[in-house]
Design a protein around this ligand. Structure first.
Ligand SMILES: [Ca+2]
Ligand SMILES: [Ca+2]
Ligand SMILES: [Ca+2]
Ligand SMILES: [Ca+2]
Length: 377
């Protein structure tokens, strides 16, 4: 009662400053001898329990979860690797053939492998050949026919002029390829970033662009896209190493959220708040531990406000909870096993097992060489 009185006396401003309880259990490791690249949490075995999918450059691993969230030894599906490309093996999950069961699409050396779920497993994949090594991939219906499409990007390891961003439209007659740009990206998110109800492409440029900028592809809902270049920083060190979109300010407009892979005092998490008409506010910068290389947005504590998860090279997971005033509270840290850096597609947030709040799955290419799971009760 006394504590309650204190909060009332000091007002909402004080309450907003109190960081919510940090509830992660110690990390679990599932070493499989893989340089983990991308990870996803989804039910791909048809038992209504979320499983964990992970890729390296040559394989797709499916860790089946039981009702209690316990992960089985993974089923391993070969992909068409390896490429010499540093970033490949990204993964997207969607019901690609409309049978109500989630399937997987993996970007690999041949382009894209489509793994359809059949009888609780994936059937032998079908290849969508592309003129480059697939580096990044995302799935969602971007042309309004309710069939999830794929957006994929990559580059050739033989000819540096061969790069591309493609829309693979999921038509009744098969996959229809359309080149959107002669650029490649190391991660792709499909999010409505302008607030018009139509999905846009939010990709992460590889390496540093000066001044730091991203190219957004604004969707018209029919599979057409308009390019918009957006400056996201001023210094070299501001360049995003990982970029996602989601509402982390509580106004129901999606924001751009990114980390730079730098050391203090330059390391930070940046939020560009989305406004009406698809405009963005200048980056609001939050202090961060060093060397962040992956980021995700999700409501971790069930207050209907999205929070931010960050992976830091060496051995830390950081969480920024969203406060009631739409700002992010100071980063809270928990241990991860040692790993120098993570793929920008190497983190997923979702429920594994019966816990009330989502868990974090991490593709680890460091000492664990496999999957890392950090759970909430
Ligand atoms: Ca399916
Ligand atoms: Ca579609
Ligand atoms: Ca927002
Ligand atoms: Ca929250």
């Amino acid at each position: 009662m006394r504590r309650r009185g204190l909060l009332v006396t000091l007002g909402a401003g004080f309450a907003a400053l109190v960081p919510p309880a940090f509830a992660f259990a110690p990390f679990e490791t599932y070493p499989v001898g893989a340089e983990g690249q991308a990870v996803a949490i989804a039910d791909v075995t048809g038992d209504k329990h979320n499983d964990v999918l992970m890729t390296d450059q040559t394989r797709l691993f499916v860790f089946r979860a039981n009702a209690n969230g316990k992960l089985a030894k993974p089923v391993v599906y070969p992909t068409a690797g390896p490429g010499s490309n540093e970033w490949n093996g990204d993964l997207a999950v969607a019901d690609l053939n409309g049978d109500g069961r989630l399937d997987a699409a993996v970007a690999d050396k041949a382009g894209v492998q489509i793994f359809l779920q059949r009888g609780g497993r994936f059937a032998a994949p079908k290849t969508i050949a592309l003129p480059f090594i697939g580096a990044s991939i995302a799935a969602a219906d971007v042309d309004g026919d309710r069939r999830p499409d794929l957006v994929v990007s990559g580059r050739s390891d033989q000819d540096s002029s061969i790069v591309g961003l493609y829309l693979l439209s999921n038509r009744r007659s098969g996959w229809h390829l359309q080149k959107l740009d002669a650029r490649w990206f190391s991660s792709i998110r499909l999010v409505d970033i302008t607030g018009d109800g139509k999905l846009d492409i939010v990709p992460l440029p590889p390496g540093n662009v000066v001044p730091p900028s991203v190219r957004l592809y604004l969707g018209n809902g029919r599979g057409g896209f308009t390019q918009r270049d957006l400056q996201v920083g001023t210094e070299n060190t501001d360049a995003p190493a990982a970029l996602v979109a989601g509402d982390v300010t509580g106004d129901r407009r999606n924001d751009l959220v990114f980390v730079n892979e730098a050391n203090k005092p330059w390391s930070h998490l940046a939020v560009m708040s989305g406004g009406p008409g698809g405009d963005f506010a200048a980056p609001k910068v939050y202090p961060s531990l060093d060397m962040a290389s992956a980021v995700a947005v999700a409501d971790l504590n069930g207050d209907h406000r999205n929070d931010v998860v960050v992976l830091h090279g060496f051995k830390k997971l950081g969480v920024y909870y969203q406060s009631k005033d739409g700002t992010l509270a100071a980063e809270q840290l928990t241990d991860l096993p040692y790993s120098t850096r993570y793929d920008p597609n190497g983190v997923a947030v979702g429920k594994i097992g019966p816990g009330a709040h989502p868990d974090v799955a991490i593709a680890d290419n460091g000492y664990t060489k496999g999957l890392v799971v950090v759970r909430q009760p």
